[in-house]
Structures are given as C-alpha cells and as structure tokens.
Write a protein that binds this ligand. Structure first.
Ligand code: ATP
Ligand code: MG
Ligand code: MG
Length: 550
C-alpha cells in the first residue's frame, strides 16, 4: 500500500472528515487528457490522488478529460491506462470519460441560458480577445451580451445541429467583464468545432471548454477533493461559479505545486515535438521523462513512487534536481538487482601460465548482502576480457588497477600480474600477457601479500557479445527553454552513446527485457526491447554513483 506523507492536503481532508463535509467520503480523481503519454510530473499527481484514496479508504477515479477532439487519440488512452497500472495503481470500476457527459453538459449549458447566465456571442475569437481587456484595464461587454433567452436557446440548438461554420459563434458565461480575474470576464463555455472525436465520432460539432467540462465532470462523479496544479488557482472562482449557478453537488478544488525536474522538459507540446521531429526515437525513448521511457530504461515503479513521496506536496513551485530521482532509482535497484559481470570496452588478456583448454567455474554471489538471492557459476579460462580503462601503461601512483609489472585481483577469481603489453602498428594496446597465481584462488594470497584493486572480467570463450546503450541528460542546461531560449538548441548531443562489441557473462542471455541487473562496478542495466538472443542489447539505467558534474 502506498500512503503519502502528511501534507497540507491531508490536513484539509482531515478537517472535512471532522466536519462531515462530504459525509466521510474521500473520492479523488486523476484526469489526464489523452493527448500524449504520461510523464514523471503526472506520476506525482497519480501517487498523490491514488495515495490519498488508499490512505482514507476512499476511491480514485481515472477520468479521461477528452473534450478536445483535435489532439486526442485512443492510442494515448491505452498507453495511459498501461502506465497507471505499471506505476502500481488500480482504478477498479472507476473508469470515466468526460466525453460520456457531453449530453449532460449540454443540458447544464441550456440551464444557464435559461437562467440568463449564458449567451451566444458572435464576435470572432480575435474580437473576443480584444474585448477581454487586460489586468489593468476592464473588459468591454460583447454587443451580443443582451440577446434574449429565446434567441440564445435557438442559436445554441442550431450550433449543436451543425448549422454554422466553425468559429461563427460561441457560448459564453455571463459573469462580469470588469472582474479583476480575467477568467470571470464572460469565459467561453462552448465552441463550434467540426472534428471527429475518438469516442463520440461525429455526433457532436460543439465541444465544451476545459473550464466548463472539468468541474461539472467532478460534480457528476461526486468527487470530494479535486486536486490540480497551481496554475488553476485563478480558475477556482469560475469552477465554483458554474457549480453554484447550476445548483449541483460541489467538490472542493485544491491546488498544489507541479513537479519540475532539471535537464528535461515536461510540457506535452514539447514532448510531442521531440518525438515528431525525431530528436528521440519515440515516446519510450529511454531519455524521455515519460513513464514509458523510464520503464524501458529500467526505472522501477517503486523507485518512482519513492521519489514522489520524497519530494512531497507543497504550495510553491520548485525545480527538483534530476539526481534526486536517480538516487531513488539507485536505492531501489541496489536492493533488488542481481549482480553480473560485463565488460563494456574489452581488452583481451591472455593468462600465459593458465593451462590451454582448461575451464573452471567460480561461484559468484548474486548479491553480496543477500545470500537469499543465490549464486551462479561464472566460467574462467586462459583468455579473458577486462575493461580497457582498468589498464594503464604509464599509471599515476594512485592507480590501483592493472599496469605493467603490477598485480590486481580478478573478481571471484585469482590475482594476475601484467607481464607484457602487445600493441598494433599504431601503437595501440591490443592485448595484455599476464600470469596468475594459482594460490590466490578465491581472492587472497596465502603469503599475505595484498593487492589494492579488484577488477571485473569475462571469459573470452564464454562471454556473449552485446550492445550497450549509455544515457545521459537529454539537455545540457538545467532549465531548457527558459528565458526565451529554444529548448531544441539545448539538446545534449551525447545523451545517447551506443557501445558495440561489449562482452557479458553468459547468464545474461536469460535476462528478461526490463529486468534489472547490476553490472559490477559499472551501474544498473536491463535488457532493452530491441534485444534478441543473437544480438543482446542492454540499457544503462543509472550509474552506481552520481558521477554527473554539477
Ligand atoms: P500539458 O499542459 O503539458 O498538456 P497537462 O497538465 O495539461 O499537461 P493533463 O493530461 O491534463 O496534462 O494532466 C493530468 C493531470 O496531471 C492534471 O491533473 C495535472 O494537474 C497533472 N499534472 C500534469 N503535469 C504535472 C506536473 N508536472 N506535476 C504535477 N502534476 C501534473
Ligand atoms: Mg494539457
Ligand atoms: Mg490538462
């Protein structure tokens, strides 16, 4: 069970329970618009809404806020459901679509017209904008503001019947063109839009605006606490106005600060552009802040939930450092990921005093602190690969790995000493000739001599070739797109590095797609969905430590 830490919203709910404001009910909702994939910001809202419902024994509805036919698609509906489930939440029978309320919303609009609280306005969009005024200047009444109820009813019905072109008329609430809150200056409730809707097809050619649909949907579903992000604070008076004028059940809107993360973007428009303009390979590109991208990269749902818990829920906007998220991922994977040996940039090592053709197996613990995770047999032979970085021909004093004449410990195996360096015609090191000490099997010397370094390796004859994809921040600046900059120009050209010719221990052939492993000394990895038995592909989920220069 996931229950959120105490936050200001819980205090509000506690109070409402005390005063029996909602007869002891707690009903929240997560209301995505199906116009893109969910990102880590949505995860904050999901964890909050489903977490509160769980904590209070209430319910959380999944409602698709599908009132804008132009941008919405079934593909997104299905992806959003899959992502919410993957994060670990279940809406049970509480699946709703705002589009299911179109008829009811239409009737609400008719009721407001009858009350003299809504009118059909025939100004153009441009003219409506001009009439709206500014923060310092009151708006001007529309010349259509005083149309009679009968005329408004007749026009609104004709709008619905498709007798007008797009943009010819709108339905507006009749509130106050001089209100200091611009949202109350006769906001548009309905517009004419000849567009096919992913669920209602061509049944409608008028569609409700967000502000007219959202609160009424909350009311229809008898939501108690309608939790949204801070930019809707100025819309709350309008939310309350519609509900009061309609005389219907009143949920409480509560605003919280949205999640912003460094080195990424989260607006769906920008994410769509990244995909559409092919700056990334798709919505599930492992560099994307989308849940589907994070899943592919190897982030676990538990890590994301812990992250949402850790950052808390507050009232002021902030920018959370990406490293906070990565720390949560490391903490979780450290617990659950079995260890494995893999060499990303192989350097061949021939152990000259090891018998040719001989193979022996070392028992390797799958987790150094968790014997219950078992062990595996790792093959060892005369020719192995080590990491190119673990050898230096001319090392500084503090380099404790392999160098000419120096001895190092091979993880789980023996001490080896480098006797000779083999180079190609360009002077590049291509192979090391080493000798091993058979007395050091298991990693210590009977004569008590010490080696400082332990390096990883794989047996050349047994290892499997693999491609490994290393990911870095998608952008080079903490706040891409800020201060009039174009976020596209701040893309990190090195955010993806593909290493081919890596060598991994044979057991990794069995790693299922997405299943985490720690490659010792290198980080956490998982098999990518591109991986095939004859062509393994691994993603680096995250490094072992925060190696990123700030
Ligand atoms: P965009 O403005 O990029 O289209 P959106 O907020 O409109 O995104 P929705 O699908 O409407 O996207 O969002 C569904 C829910 O997720 C909303 O209740 C919204 O408040 C919440 N949400 C979206 N982004 C964030 C974020 N960065 N932090 C917290 N909650 C978020
Ligand atoms: Mg949106
Ligand atoms: Mg929205």
């Amino acid at each position: 069970e996931v229950s959120p830490a105490v936050n200001f919203i819980r205090h509000i709910i506690d109070q409402d329970l005390e005063t029996a404001k909602y007869e002891g009910r707690v009903v929240t909702r997560f209301p995505p618009e199906p116009n893109g994939y969910l990102h880590i910001g949505h995860a904050k809202s999901i964890c909050l809404n489903f977490g509160l419902a769980a904590a209070y024994g209430g319910a959380c509805h999944l409602r698709f806020d599908d009132t804008n036919p132009i941008k919405e698609e079934d593909e997104y509906v299905e992806a959003i459901k899959a992502d919410v489930r993957w994060l670990g939440f279940d809406w049970g029978a509480n699946l709703f679509y705002a589009s299911d309320y179109f008829e009811k919303l239409y009737q609400y609009a008719v009721a407001l017209i009858n009350k003299g609280k809504a009118y059909v306005c025939s100004l153009s969009a441009e003219e409506i904008r001009e009439h709206r005024g500014t923060l310092t200047e009151p708006g001007k009444d529309s010349p259509y503001r005083n149309r009679s109820v009968e005329e408004n009813l007749a026009l609104f019905e004709k709008m619905r019947r498709g007798e007008f072109a797009d943009g010819a008329h709108v339905l507006r609430a009749k509130i106050d063109m001089a209100s200091p809150n611009l949202n109350l200056r006769d906001p548009v409730m309905y517009r004419i839009l000849t567009a096919h809707h992913h669920r209602t097809g061509d049944k409608w050619c008028i569609y409700p605006m967000y502000d007219f649909a959202h609160g009424q949907s909350d009311s229809i579903e008898r939501i108690t606490h309608s939790i949204c992000t801070l930019e809707f604070e100025d819309h709350r008076p309008l939310y309350d106005w519609f509900i009061r004028e309609l005389g219907i059940y009143a949920p409480q809107q509560i605003e919280f600060a949205r999640l912003n993360l460094t080195y990424t973007v989260m607006s769906k428009r920008k994410l769509l552009e990244l995909v559409g303009e092919k700056h990334v390979s798709g919505w599930d590109d492992p560099r994307m802040p989308t849940l589907t991208g994070m899943r592919r990269r190897g982030y676990s749902p538990a890590a994301i939930r812990n992250f949402c818990e850790r950052i808390g829920v507050g009232k002021s906007d902030s920018l959370i450092d990406m490293s906070v998220l990565e720390d949560c991922v490391r903490e979780d994977l450290n617990e659950v990921a079995p260890r494995a040996l893999a060499v990303l940039q192989p350097l061949k090592v021939v152990i000259e005093n090891y018998p040719e053709g001989q193979v022996e197996y070392f028992e390797a613990a799958n987790h150094p602190q968790k014997p219950e995770m078992g062990s595996r047999q790792v093959p060892f032979s005369r020719e192995i690969y080590i990491e190119r970085d673990d050898f230096m021909e001319d090392p500084p004093k503090k380099f404790f790995r392999l160098a000419p004449g120096r001895e190092v410990r091979l993880r789980f195996a023996y001490f080896v000493r480098c006797d000779e360096v083999v180079k190609d015609a360009n002077g590049e090191v291509v192979e090391l000739r080493c000798s091993y000490d058979p007395e050091t099997r298991g990693g210590s010397a009977p004569d008590g001599r010490k080696v400082k370094g332990t390096i990883h390796w794989v047996s050349a004859a047994h290892a499997l070739p693999a491609e490994v994809r290393l990911y870095d921040r998608l952008f080079t600046v903490p706040n891409p797109g800020s201060k009039q900059s174009d976020y596209r120009e701040q893309l990190n050209p090195e955010s993806l590095v593909k290493l081919s010719g890596c060598r991994v221990e044979p057991g990794l052939a069995e790693a299922a797609v997405g299943e985490p492993r720690q490659f010792e000394r290198l980080g956490y990895f998982c098999a990518d969905r591109d991986s095939a038995p004859e062509a393994l592909v691994f993603n680096r989920t995250v490094t072992l430590r925060d190696s990123w220069a700030k």
